[in-house]
Design a protein around this ligand. Structure first.
Ligand code: F58
Length: 826
């Protein structure tokens, strides 16, 4: 059925409220088709039905949200504010249906109207308001906060354009704007009457008031309005609903009628456009922050509007400011919203007239900060000049925070004068930079990493000086994923099989999956398990055929590498191995016995040359291999374009082998690794991030770890790593690299991929691809051998799923709530 097709003739005009849930849902859908969408109920198309269903669910969500807000208010609970420049919620429809317990009812109502739920759900276009792991984690955490009934709020930006849509054209990534609002919004409420002014630029005026106090105020500032858009996040079948409040920039001119009287109408409209640019687009950089003025504006825009919201709610209580930390905690997801620290100081000192000491005491007890990266280029810094121009008062406040902080450090470490330069909030060299991570650490009572390994690295190296100064602030919260989306929703047949054996409690208590272990020796369970997995692989094979025109064998080993493209994630290492296998097939047919389907997916930052080049290399290798008749079904390579949450939900349940092969010490945690293992894929991975903890939980014998450990990476580097030695010693590796450099995969442009090989051989191979190549090849062979024994593989698969309970975001959020936030469920 195309989206133009209409439902059957049973659709009628709305009638009196019905009693059966399915019938009442159907009536609501029809009512929205007519009254909200202005369409004929006789012939709604599929997109209209999707929207009407979404609106019907929004009705139910908003009722529960109001009730939940009342609960929070009446209990006077301590609130958690989760600030993130990114959220990546994925499609809402199925998720909301499951949470509201209305899946069957929706199916019935739609069937009655002549539609299938799956087709209608496919009409949804997801909001891509994040780049990758960090934004997706924020969304998993909101889901868990709702399920745990925490008095929490997510705060972010309502970007008009989310992460770009990726096309692959002639093997290359091409970016297209992601106009996710094109079809209107059906999940949110725009609160057009509900706006906060956000003030940038201008000059600081210092003056003395009647009481003789030195005062600061901002003059000639530019004001932009922040309008709230609320989306609802329901807990799992618990009638509790949270909101994610996303701010959209609106010009202040609309609210200043006098402006139009000046006569400069076009000028006014131009200003409107400039103001509204602030929330126009998500920066598509993963790991390397973009030092653009607009980006800093976005950060302050989110922060200023949110802090005003928080302060407004707090003021309603009519209690003293020193109670703020007892009633609120503000969580900073990375340093991107860290300017919240000087902003709260500004409000307390400049507007509420608290003393600096009183204000600082409040601030440091209110903020908590999560770090998500150890890559030095990802640590956020801002040119001091830019900061001064855009946020002059905030820079003054940062200087004062720094002055007092350095004073304390000097006293604490009198014999280490160099420490001052290392920890200063402002880097002072030829140019001066504000270091946002230092600000976040100094201004927060808690600093956490996102896996045990990562948190150790923070203490031992990246933030070692700060660890010496504030040892009590540092802690670990290993990431988690929501089992509702990442098992129940994306893999409904496996979820059903699990529930049939151990009941449904695992949905909110993932540790219950352990109860599956007794079944790993049951032949019937084995069979059912593998049947479900094979069916998922068939579905993905169909998708690949439709989208890429490539026929893959569902029985082959589905070896999947999907995530953002970055050199440290080493998609290149994977493709080197693919080429090595290809060479083995060509030189000694019969030496490769396990047929494989390699699936790649992921976006590269538009300005990241090498990442985009690697995408192109993969597509060229795919073309060569897929069209070589000598290879046949033994090897297929597929690049699926536009990897996003929706696509992840298709791929993950169909994966046999999950590639988690970052250079040790570089992936803070990873969460894809958890999603795959939860769905019964086996990991091939390095000793990095959460892979290490996954290994500890599922058992060394149930995954394939390989490669250097992070201290070995460091040692090898400090001893002078020479990638050429690996090239010279390993003839298989040499052949692979020579083919790439010699134009084997780009015959019409023989030098096309020379840069890739150069980066390995002549530019130091920063990510140790060559050093890990041989051990990767061996472990891949182990994986292939294991796959040949399907019964043993099934066992490993089931043990992976059953032992992944720890990696639930419910566990992670519960740890945050108890150890950091000091909140409990209402
Ligand atoms: C990711 N960071 C980590 N940053 O790389 C990953 O290991 C971790 O599992 C995940 O966070 C969740 O903790 C990440 O996704 C970004 O996308 C930033 C976006 C803004 C610019 C800087 C990178």
């Amino acid at each position: 059925m195309t989206s133009q097709n209409s439902g059957n003739r049973k659709s009628r005009l709305p009638e009196a409220p019905a009693t059966r849930p399915a019938e009442s849902l159907k009536q609501d859908i029809l009512r929205h088709v007519l009254y909200s969408l202005g369409r004929d109920t006789e012939r709604p198309d599929r997109q209209t039905v999707f929207r009407a269903l979404a609106l019907s669910l929004r009705d139910r969500l908003v009722e529960k949200w109001i009730a939940s807000q009342r609960d929070i208010y009446s209990r006077s609970s301590k609130r958690v504010y989760y600030l993130s420049l990114e959220f990546l919620p994925g499609p809402f429809l199925r998720e909301n249906l499951i949470a509201l317990g209305l899946e069957n009812e929706a199916r019935e109502a739609l069937t009655d109207m002549g539609f299938g739920l799956d087709d209608v759900a496919d009409e949804e276009y997801e909001p891509g308001l994040g780049n990758g792991g960090l934004g997706r984690l924020a969304s998993c955490y909101l889901d868990s906060m709702a399920t745990l009934r925490l008095p929490a709020y997510g705060y972010g930006i309502h970007y008009a354009y989310g992460i770009f849509y990726q096309l692959i054209k002639e093997g290359r990534q091409v970016e297209r704007a992601d106009n996710w609002l094109r079809g209107g919004t059906h999940w949110e409420f725009e609160r057009s009457h509900y706006v906060h002014p956000v003030r940038f630029y201008g000059q600081v005026r210092e003056w003395v008031d009647e009481q003789g106090r030195l005062r600061h105020s901002l003059e000639n500032a530019t004001t932009v309005m922040a309008m709230a858009c609320d989306m609802f996040i329901p807990g799992h079948k618990n009638d509790y609903v949270l909101n994610m409040r996303l701010w959209a920039a609106k010009t202040s001119r609309e609210f200043e009628f006098s402006f139009f009287n000046t006569g400069d109408y076009i000028g006014a409209v131009e200003e409107k456009i400039r103001d509204e640019n602030i929330s126009m687009v998500l920066y598509p950089n993963d790991e390397a922050p973009e030092g653009k003025e607009l980006r800093l504006k976005q950060q302050f825009f989110l922060v200023s509007a949110t802090i005003q919201d928080i302060v407004r709610r707090f003021r309603k209580k009519g209690i003293a400011w020193d109670q703020l930390p007892r009633k609120n905690v503000i969580h900073l997801n990375e340093t991107h919203p860290a300017v919240a620290i000087p902003e709260l100081m500004r409000i307390l000192v400049d507007e509420e007239l608290l003393t600096w000491e009183e204000a600082w005491y409040i601030c440091v007890r209110t903020f908590a900060y999560t770090n998500h990266t150890v890559l030095p280029e990802a640590l956020e810094v801002w040119p001091e000049d830019l900061f001064r121009r855009l946020l002059p008062r905030h820079l003054q406040i940062i200087h004062e925070i720094n002055r007092r902080f350095l004073h304390d450090v000097r006293r604490q470490f009198p014999n280490d004068p160099n420490i001052l330069g290392r920890v200063s909030l402002v880097h002072e060299g030829e140019s001066r930079w504000v270091r946002m991570s230092h600000l976040a650490i100094v201004g927060s009572f808690s600093v956490n990493g996102v896996s045990a390994h990562h948190s150790e690295i923070l203490k031992e190296s990246v933030f070692h000086d700060f660890y010496k100064i504030f040892p009590e602030r540092f802690n670990n919260k290993t990431n988690g994923i929501t089992p509702r989306r990442w098992l129940r929703q994306c893999n409904p047949t496996l979820a059903w099989l699990i529930t049939e054996h151990i009941g449904p409690e695992w949905l909110t208590d993932l540790a219950q999956l352990k109860k599956l272990e007794p079944y790993v020796n049951s032949e019937g369970f084995h069979r059912a398990w593998m049947e479900v997995r094979l069916r998922n692989k068939h579905k993905l094979a169909e998708y690949i055929r439709d989208k890429n025109g490539i026929t893959v064998m569902p029985e082959s080993l589905f070896d999947v590498h999907v995530k953002r493209f970055h050199e440290y994630k080493r998609q290149l290492l994977n493709v080197l191995h693919v080429i090595a296998l290809y060479n083995r097939i060509r030189s000694s047919p019969g030496s490769v016995t396990v047929p494989r389907t390699y699936i790649f997916g992921g976006k590269a930052a538009p300005g990241y040359y090498m990442a985009k080049h690697i995408i192109r290399l993969i597509n060229s290798v795919a073309y060569t291999i897929n069209t070589d008749p000598r290879v046949g079904d033994l090897l297929k390579v597929v690049f699926l374009q536009n990897y996003c949450v929706t696509l992840a939900e298709r791929i993950i349940p169909a994966t046999d082998l999950s590639e988690q092969i970052s250079t040790a010490g570089m992936e803070a945690s990873g969460t894809g690794n958890m999603k795959f293992a939860l769905n019964g894929a086996i990991t091939i991975g390095t000793h990095d991030g959460a892979n290490i903890e996954i290994m500890e939980h599922v058992g060394n014998e149930n995954l394939f770890l390989f490669g250097l450990l992070s201290h070995e990476v460091n040692e090898m580097r400090s001893q002078g790593y020479n990638p050429r030695l690996f090239y010279e010693r390993d003839s298989e590796l040499r052949e692979v690299l020579d083919m790439i450099a010699g134009g084997f995969f780009s015959p019409s442009e023989p030098h096309l991929f020379r840069d890739v090989v150069e980066s390995l051989l002549n530019h130091g191979d920063r990510y140790m691809v060559l050093a890990d190549f041989r051990s990767y090849v061996y472990r891949q062979q182990d994986a292939a051998n294991a796959f040949m024994d399907q019964a043993a593989w099934a066992r490993m698969s089931m043990l992976n799923t059953s032992r992944m309970g720890f990696f639930s975001s419910d566990r992670a959020v519960d740890e945050y709530a108890k150890d950091i936030w000091g909140v409990s469920g209402v």
